[in-house]
Design a protein around this ligand. Structure first.
Ligand SMILES: Cc1cc2nc3c(=O)[nH]c(=O)nc-3n(C[C@H](O)[C@H](O)[C@H](O)COP(=O)(O)OP(=O)(O)OC[C@H]3O[C@@H](n4cnc5c(N)ncnc54)[C@H](O)[C@@H]3O)c2cc1C
Length: 432
């Protein structure tokens, strides 16, 4: 990889997620060379991962090739590279494709699943942060339903048909709703021999309510929607252990299950190289009001991995796509100001509201002072997600899948194309 300084300053962005992409796009007319590095050659639309896992939509429809987004941007280059180490003292990065030089560095590496140090849970529970993990989860769900059809042993059959979602934020709520809907609409239609009442769906949440970041009305309604769909909810409850079949909760409950879906926490993900003093709660990089990493003039961080701690935001901004995108756009403007020796402008977050869907015709929406739930919230959720999805083809494919699923009350994306072995945590597309 070229290490030489180019004539224009080189802005290197690690991560082609919501933040990194927005930053690169907004540098289109800036007097800089942009180099975006990502370990995947595509951008992932994480809000719809759960629909891939539940077999509602195709995996390809929520990914988009990063190069394709920038076809018309002359100052943009992409490299498929995993950054292993940052060297702020020499303005270089160690990557799996060699050393890379930067003038300005932006760390936009997002977050990863947090198992809070519990190795046993990490081994047996299923995370869902990227497309391969969502496909593993889809395989596990479908494999276990198949297995339950041919298993005679009653306890094992019950464990195969029991699904426990851990974490009652938007991802956990959406996932448990999707599983309950699968049971309601698909199970008896396509899995002859299985009974609805034998498939159990549990949702375990540490806080006293679901969707804790939403309004009280939205939290209560989401709970009611899920209870009406026969999801058993354990609030103020924490998973203590899971050994692959027995899940123990600190409210005294033990559940036999072969399916534990972990949506209970995230932590910042970043290459090594920054001192521990730059890392704050949630393994996030502490930055100032212009996203600059404390102590470095030319290193910045945005999105989920960054914590902009100010008197107004003592915990940083929420780990959501709009925050990452707004920080990316804002930082592009500030970088241009810095290069032109102009004063920078502190970041201001515009909270546009929160949406979560529970199932068909069921969603909750908090838009400023406006709170509503049900069909219109569900329509709005669908519209907002379609509009934010990258690529015209993806928008069309997802819309078509939703329409077909809605009217057929079924879905066609339930292929086990990669057999997932929970013991080894390996996938084997050839063996089955
Ligand atoms: C299941 C799920 C559902 C969600 N639902 C919603 C929702 O409904 N609404 C909402 O607003 N938000 C939602 N979020 C959160 C939202 O997706 C994140 O806030 C957003 O993706 C953060 O953007 P980002 O740019 O910081 O990081 P990401 O979008 O996570 O991008 C980080 C990028 O960095 C790359 N990367 C990481 N490490 C390296 C490395 N060492 N070298 C090279 N590349 C690297 C990754 O491959 C990735 O492409 C959801 C998240 C998940 C997981």
């Amino acid at each position: 990889m070229d290490q030489k300084k180019s004539a224009k300053p080189r802005v290197v962005i690690i991560g082609g997620g919501f933040g990194g992409l927005e930053l690169a796009k907004n540098l289109k007319n800036a007097p800089v060379d942009v180099l975006l590095l990502d370990k995947h050659n595509y951008h992932t639309f994480q809000p719809l991962l759960y629909q891939v896992a539940a077999g509602s939509i195709a995996a390809d429809s929520i990914g988009f090739p990063i190069r394709r987004i920038f076809t018309k941007q002359d100052n943009f280059r992409f490299a498929l590279a995993e950054v292993q180490q940052i060297h702020p003292e020499t303005n270089t990065l160690t990557t799996n494709i060699g050393t890379i030089y930067y003038d300005y560095l932006i760390i936009a590496t997002g977050s990863n699943t947090n198992f809070f140090g519990n190795k046993e849970i990490e081994h047996f529970a299923m995370p869902m942060k990227n497309i391969p993990e969502a496909l593993n989860l889809r395989s596990l769900i479908l494999q276990n339903l198949e297995m339950s059809l041919v298993t005679d042993e009653p306890q094992e059959k019950a464990a195969l048909m029991t699904f426990v979602v851990v974490g009652g934020g938007p991802t956990g709520v959406e996932l448990s709703g999707a599983l309950a809907e699968m049971r309601q609409l698909i199970l008896m239609k396509d899995y002859h021999g299985l009974r609805k009442h034998n498939m159990k769906v549990y949702l375990v949440e540490g806080k006293a309510e679901l969707l804790a970041a939403f309004s009280a009305g939205a939290s209560a309604k989401a709970k009611k929607f899920l209870e009406d769909m026969d999801v058993t909810i354990h609030n103020s409850a924490h998973v203590q252990s899971y050994d692959g079949v027995q899940l123990k909760i600190d409210d005294g409950t033990t559940i036999l299950t072969r399916n534990v879906l972990w949506a209970a926490g995230v932590k910042g993900e970043m290459p090594e190289g920054l001192p521990a003093t730059n890392i704050t709660k949630g393994n996030r990089i502490q930055v100032d009001e212009i996203s600059r990493v404390n102590g470095y003039a030319n290193v910045f961080s945005i999105g989920d991995v960054a914590a902009m701690i100010t008197p107004d935001t003592p915990n940083g901004h929420p780990g959501v796509a709009p925050a990452a995108m707004q920080q990316g756009e804002w930082l592009a403007k500030n970088l241009i100001r810095i290069i032109n020796n102009q004063p920078t402008v502190p970041f201001k977050y515009k909270d546009k509201g929160s949406l979560a869907t529970i199932g068909r015709n069921k969603a909750v929406a908090d838009l400023g002072k406006l709170h509503f739930q049900g069909f219109f919230a569900w329509l709005l959720w669908g519209f907002v997600h379609l509009m934010t999805l990258a690529g015209f083809t993806n928008k069309g494919t997802v819309f078509l899948s939703w329409a077909i699923n809605y009217f057929s009350k079924n879905s066609d994306n339930r292929l086990i194309v990669r057999y997932f072995d929970i013991k080894t945590r390996m996938t084997d597309p050839e063996s089955k």
